[in-house]
Design a protein around this ligand. Structure first.
Ligand SMILES: NC(=O)C1=CN([C@@H]2O[C@H](COP(=O)(O)OP(=O)(O)OC[C@H]3O[C@@H](n4cnc5c(N)ncnc54)[C@H](OP(=O)(O)O)[C@@H]3O)[C@@H](O)[C@H]2O)C=CC1
Ligand SMILES: CC(=O)C(=O)O
Ligand SMILES: [Mg+2]
Length: 563
């Protein structure tokens, strides 16, 4: 163990003012820090005060980021204990601005930056990562960052942000997380012209060349870190589907935008249907956006229907997908992208519907899901038409309205608009957090339908189960577990997701069910005796195993009950 100053300079060793008298002596810290001993809570109180003095979300982010670089335990204790206030800073919406400005605000490395020019040394770069045996990586090529488009290398911020939540929301040790950006060029002219841009100054390479690069990357991962789970994040549509299909049967990986989003929306949908007064079989869903998230979500919801006894045909018929050209139909006359074909309608009798208003008038949906990355496409007339089509089915019925695009500047509508235009009846979930709204003395609370409720638990479950693959059953069960994780109080309050303060508790439940699904699918490589023991003692024993393995920073002087 290094002594003195070096201990204070190493973020994973530094405890700030929480070093005990014995540690201060043994590590030669005496005099290098103030004599006072403080608990993590006291240090958190100081940090919160500092955050409040910062004016803009980016300034607050920079303060937090610098804190993470000085004292990892303090950073995570702070985020865990103040998740409602701080998650929007380390994640969406602020992380969107961070990515937009990443090259300008860059101060120090925090990820692996792998450029296609260095493709011959991917394995070496992976080995250069200073911490041994990472368990989870989030990898992006920056080609579709949130709803902000192609940000190139600057998209690395999303890998960093998602992994901070793996730790805060699921307790994966920070040392075991690995953010990666694969730099294949960018088509973003602003970045290419920016003298400070840190990425390759060239247009994106061809699909074929990137495919070869991905193959090399995934092979290097298998060679260097065979146990690591790979989360694909924010790859543009075609690549999102293609890479998932290509690697999912041979490596431990999943796509967060397709599968994580699918699972989180399914969990919310299960709760929303209960509140809506429209029975599951009568629900009719319009999806605005037929990209990686839209199709991923539709497929996951369809799975729910088929597990409830509907045939594939019946289940598929509940979904109407809309893209920039209107309702997706087989006979629309354009060359439909492969991923859109499955849900393309064939029952439209040659009719085509260009606008969302036309689609709503035709379908009379009970639920409207937005995954377009386009602000404001749920206009007043659209939302009022949705409400009218639900009202038509009987009094007291409530529309399901999920504008899920990120960050807030891309949301299809705001919470306030949803409340106003539906007279407070909308069952609402958005991708980024909106504040509560009070109208005529009634306060309405929004839900945040974001894959943050799924990926941390899904990843943790896959790691702890030593799963050789991430199977559909594991993904489906993450949704099921999340839906069942609400408390009576949350259900009573009309919520469809656990309060964000409980995201960690919910993630551990998700992880437990993911582990069990891995076992059922025969992909868990844990010893048989271990499973026999859990099967004998049940969920309590399994949960206790999980809790013993999660990171939960505490300090000398803390007297509190931990998860
Ligand atoms: N809440 C959450 O947890 C998550 C939210 N998201 C958000 O979802 C959004 C979309 O992501 P993703 O699916 O990966 O993106 P894609 O680029 O794959 O898909 C976008 C889709 O939206 C359609 N679209 C865009 N503008 C319009 C418009 N004006 N009218 C109708 N359709 C439109 C596109 O049509 P076309 O095909 O014709 O181009 C395309 O089908 C992003 O903002 C992302 O942040 C994603 C994952 C998780
Ligand atoms: C949340 C997320 O994964 C996205 O917006 O892409
Ligand atoms: Mg994403």
């Amino acid at each position: 163990m290094a002594a003195g100053y070096q201990v204070l300079r190493e973020p994973l060793w530094n405890k700030g003012l929480s070093f005990t008298p014995e540690e201060r002596k043994s590590k030669n810290l005496t005099g290098l820090i103030p004599h006072t001993i403080e608990s993590l809570q006291t240090q958190c109180a100081r940090a919160m005060k500092m955050i409040q003095t910062r004016q803009t979300p980016i300034d607050k982010y920079l303060y937090l980021s610098s804190l993470k670089d000085q004292n990892v335990d303090l950073f995570y204790r702070l985020v865990m204990d103040n998740i409602r206030e701080l998650m929007p800073l380390v994640y969406t919406p602020t992380i969107g601005d961070v990515c937009l400005q990443y090259s300008s605000i860059y101060t120090r490395p925090e990820a692996l930056y792998i450029s296609i020019k260095q493709r011959k040394s991917i394995a070496t770069m992976l080995r250069n990562w200073p911490f041994p045996n990472p368990e989870i990586c989030v990898v992006t090529d920056g080609s579709r960052i949130l709803g902000l488009g192609d940000l190139g290398l600057n998209g690395v911020g999303i890998s960093v942000g998602k992994l901070a939540l793996y730790t805060a929301a699921a307790g994966i040790h920070p040392e075991k997380t690995l953010p990666i950006v694969l730099d294949c060029g960018t088509n973003n002219e602003t970045n290419l012209k920016d003298p400070l841009y840190l990425g390759l100054r060239q247009k994106r390479v061809s699909t074929t060349m990137q495919q070869e690069f991905m193959d090399e990357f995934m092979a290097a991962v298998k060679e260097v870190y065979p146990e690591m789970v790979v989360q694909f994040e924010d790859f543009e549509t075609e690549k999102a589907f293609k890479y998932l299909d290509r690697y999912r049967n041979t490596q431990k990986c999943f796509n967060d935008d397709v599968q994580g989003t699918g699972a989180v929306v399914l969990a919310g949908y299960i709760g929303a249907v209960d509140l809506s007064g429209v029975p599951l079989e009568e629900q009719r869903l319009v999806f605005m956006g037929a990209g990686s998230a839209g199709v991923g979500v539709a497929k996951q919801l369809m799975e729910y229907y088929t597990r409830r006894g509907l045939s594939e045909q019946e289940a598929r018929s509940k979904f109407w997908l809309v893209d920039t050209k209107g309702l997706v139909t087989r006979d629309r006359g354009d060359n439909l992208a492969e991923h859109k074909k499955y849900f393309a309608r064939t029952d439209n009798n040659g009719l085509q519907f260009r606008t969302l208003e036309e689609v709503i008038a035709y379908v009379k949906p009970s639920a409207l899901v937005g995954l377009t990355a386009t602000f404001g496409v749920f206009t007043e007339s659209v939302v009022r038409a949705l409400k009218a089509s639900v009202d038509g089915g009987g009094l007291g019925r409530r529309p399901i309205l999920f504008p899920l695009s990120n960050p807030l500047t891309k949301a299809e509508c705001t919470f306030e608009q949803a409340i106003q235009w539906t007279e407070g009846t909308a069952i609402f979930a958005s991708g980024s957090p909106f504040s509560s709204v009070t109208v005529d003395g009634i306060t309405y609370h929004p839900n945040q339908g974001n894959n943050v409720y799924v990926f941390p638990g899904l990843g943790l479950g896959a790691i702890l189960a030593k799963a050789s693959r991430v199977t559909d059953e594991m993904v489906y069960n993450s949704a099921d577990a999340l839906a069942k994780s609400l408390t009576a109080d949350e259900i009573h309050k009309g919520l469809i997701y656990p309060r964000i303060e409980r995201v960690r508790e919910a993630s551990l439940v998700v992880a437990r069910e993911v582990m069990k699904a891995a076992r059922r699918d025969g992909v868990s490589e844990l010893p048989e005796e271990q499973w026999v023991e859990w099967e004998e003692w049940g969920d309590v024993a399994l949960m206790s195993y999980i809790r013993q393995r999660v990171y939960d920073p505490v300090s000398f002087g803390d007297a509190r009950v931990r998860l």
